[in-house]
Write a protein that binds this ligand. Sequence first.
Ligand SMILES: [Zn+2]
Length: 241
Amino acid sequence: MSAAALAALVRERQPCVVLTGAGISTESGIPDFRSDTGIWAEIDPFEVASIQAFRRDPERVWSFYRQRIHALLEAEPNDGHRALAELERRGFVGAIVTQNIDTLHSRAGSREVVEVHGSIRSAECLRCLWREELAGLLLRLEEPGPPDCPHCGEPLKPGVTLFGELLPTEALERATHLARSAGLVLVVGSSLEVWPVAGLPLEARALAIVNRGPTALDDRALLKIDGGSSETLAALVAELG
Ligand SMILES: [Zn+2]
């Protein structure tokens, strides 16, 4: 019943832009870092994943991200990622804005993906702005110490937005434009607590939410489905036929 109601909204309120958070990737074995069992329950993010830590001790940050990049690359897209890629192919979804850095949407076949917290697909030099793509980065990560910029020798920074950093301007502007021009923003797997991304749904004309547990904007949504993303999105694809 609720998937049918969601399908009706997606049909009637085009274009649909989807905003995803950690909840869509938990079924790929990637724990939500903000949950009680997530990695930040054991590790202080400001010690290993903040811009201050990176400036102070890049190797400490890289010893964390080296592991994390490999773990995320081993994860596979799940039915939720695949359902969204299918909905894009069929013209029901115009774009995905994601808080996730795991690249699973692209690997599931989605094409219009805006990664507002960056991603593991590259690393960058803060001095000369050189960008090292993933293949080259993985080679550099096999050597001890932080990977260095091939042009100026500065340690490269992970392509992920670190704590204490501003979000990538271009991605955030594109996400804001998408939300403003959307007929419907469909939030999947986010409790909408991390700003400024949590404010994006407020830019939209209509809002629907699929999330296990409450979100900060439940009372603003036309429809809220308290359920898992794989199951719900697969049902949505079936409803849309
Ligand atoms: Zn450089």
